[in-house]
Ligand binder design. Structure first.
Ligand code: NOJ
Length: 520
């Protein structure tokens, strides 16, 4: 196996900024890029190496930027391209790199290509950039196949043709406002390559590639074996994703990115099977891939160990670098996922120590460093298209996207100057603000800062070895650091060594339940 060169990103800690929710500089209730620039000191104090920005390009915001109408401009809502330039300059001055989200699988229905396709006849070159098909059954009034949208409902919508009659159907694996691109059409790669170069030329450090396991579709678009897959869940036998043809596309994308030797690509790869996952990380495909096994594991030693082992085994197949995360903008906040309340918080603190001890690349989703819980929002304010498309069966992802509390004792907690924030902020978040946690050595923020500093002092290296431990305890060594997590119900003995950090108070020589410690 080839030894990969040691690039900056191979040990990087990335902070994921959901731009709508990080900080609002202009008082419209929606976060923006000048808001990020104004709060870079927060990221500096955390000690992160890079920022991953969720989509900021021009968009009707049906899926908050994952519906791209112009991939080579910044939406005015976020301050336009000059705001990005200000952010890039300020971040560079602090040694923080900025990675952007790009969305190759689909565009917005407001993208000029799709608008042109709707105006064009069936079989036209404009329609060939997407998946337009005749329907099945009498009058073509049934969708072309049984595929369902990841957000719920059918993956096909019918258009009205120029003569005013119901016509062809187009494919959208997500919202109807996100038509899937046909990557067999050469225009699609040519345009995507232009987009990559456009941003790399402007100083962006790389890309998080949305739905990197999508893009390629099987010839003939065969039916799904089962449509009972659950929202936002992916199965390995699903014809909508992870088709063999996707790898040629990644090789073509990589060839463009390799024109910029420092640039990094991180794919969103919802593929469970290790061998299949590893294919995306071959030396001429993606640099990095999100592995979601840790996010999917409960607070259980066996599950966590299995998630860590499998994530390492997957990248080990091709000599790639592992990536780890406990949360992002698509999943429930960690504090809530681990049980909520004081228990959830204690477990999330312990899991922060596990995360930050792991070898490779880390992603911290904004607000995790504050221990924010998922917010139970009222129906009337929900914005995620999942809510409508699932027929109100799934509340969607808004609960993990509520704006960040910075200071003060009432909403909007310094996030904005208006109380009319794009999602309402809970009135009881005063103790979760950055300002409040800043001065408290026992806070989640202090824990993240301390452990990130210690991680820099004790780099985990490349390997991980398990140490003997009782069933309910995880103990592993990375570099000169030992991390011990007690996921059980009884205090556990600590191995030999010196505790340099703990997620909660120790009981004498014992590690209490829902607590982790770092030792040297
Ligand atoms: C994955 C993104 O993380 C998610 O937020 C988005 O809705 C879908 N891809 C569609 O682009």
């Amino acid at each position: 196996m080839t030894v990969r060169p040691d690039h900056w990103w191979r040990h990087a800690v990335f902070y994921q900024v959901y731009p709508r929710s990080f900080a609002d500089s202009d008082g419209d209730g929606v976060g923006d890029l000048d808001g990020v620039t104004a709060h870079l000191h927060h990221l500096d104090a955390l000690g992160v190496d890079g920022i991953w920005l969720n989509p900021i390009t021009v968009s009707p915001m049906v899926d908050h930027g994952y519906d791209v109408a112009d991939p080579r401009d910044v939406d005015p809502l976020f301050g336009g391209i000059t705001a990005l330039q200000r952010l890039l300059t300020a971040a560079r001055a602090r040694g923080i790199r900025v990675v952007m989200d790009v969305v190759p699988n689909h565009t917005s229905s407001a993208h000029p290509w799709f608008v042109e396709a709707l105006r064009s006849a069936p079989g036209s070159p404009a329609r060939d950039r997407y998946f337009f098909r005749d329907g099945r059954g009498p009058g073509g009034n049934r969708p072309p196949n049984n595929w369902i949208s990841v957000f719920g409902g059918p993956a096909w919508s019918r258009v009205t043709e120029a003569d005013g009659r119901p016509g062809q159907w187009y494919l959208h694996l997500f919202d109807a406002a996100q038509p899937d691109l046909n990557w067999d059409n050469p225009d699609v790669l040519a345009d995507f390559a232009r987009t990559l170069r456009f941003w790399l030329d402007r100083g962006v450090a790389g890309f998080r590639i949305d739905v990197a396991h999508g893009m390629a579709k099987p010839p003939g678009l065969p039916d799904m074996p089962t449509t009972d897959v659950g929202l936002l869940a992916h199965r390995d036998d699903d014809p909508r994703f992870n088709r063999p043809g996707v790898h040629a596309l990644h090789r073509a994308i990589r060839a463009v990115v390799d024109e910029y030797p420092e640039a990094v690509t991180i794919g969103e790869v919802w593929v469970h099977d290790n061998a299949e996952f590893a294919k995306y990380l071959r030396p001429d495909e993606l640099h990095l891939g999100f592995n979601f096994r840790l996010v999917q594991a409960g607070f259980d030693a066996a599950e966590l160990r299995d998630a860590i082992d499998n994530s390492l085994a997957a990248v080990g197949l091709v000599g790639a670098t592992p990536t780890w995360t406990l949360a992002n903008h698509d999943v429930e906040r960690a504090v809530t996922r681990y049980g909520g309340g004081a228990v959830g918080l204690a477990r999330a603190r312990a899991m922060a120590l596990v995360l930050l001890a792991l070898p490779g690349v880390l992603f911290v989703y904004n607000g995790e460093e504050l221990g924010l819980p998922e917010v139970a929002l009222p129906d009337a304010v929900l914005q995620d298209p999942v809510w409508e498309r699932s027929g109100h069966r799934n509340r969607g992802r808004d609960g993990c996207r509520v704006p960040l509390p910075w200071s003060g004792s009432v909403p909007p907690f310094g996030f904005s100057t208006t109380t009319r924030t794009w999602l309402p902020m809970p009135a009881d978040w005063a103790e979760l603000t950055v300002a409040c946690q800043d001065g408290d050595p026992g806070s989640m923020l202090a824990l993240y800062r301390r452990t990130l500093r210690l991680r820099a002092e004790h780099p985990p290296g490349a390997g991980l070895s398990w140490l003997p431990s009782p069933d309910a305890v995880l103990a592993f060594r990375c570099g000169d650091l030992v991390c011990v997590l007690n996921a059980g119900e009884h205090p556990a003995a600590l191995p030999e060594g010196t505790v340099i950090c703990a997620s909660g108070p120790l009981t004498g020589e014992l590690l209490p339940p829902a607590t982790a410690a770092w030792m040297t």
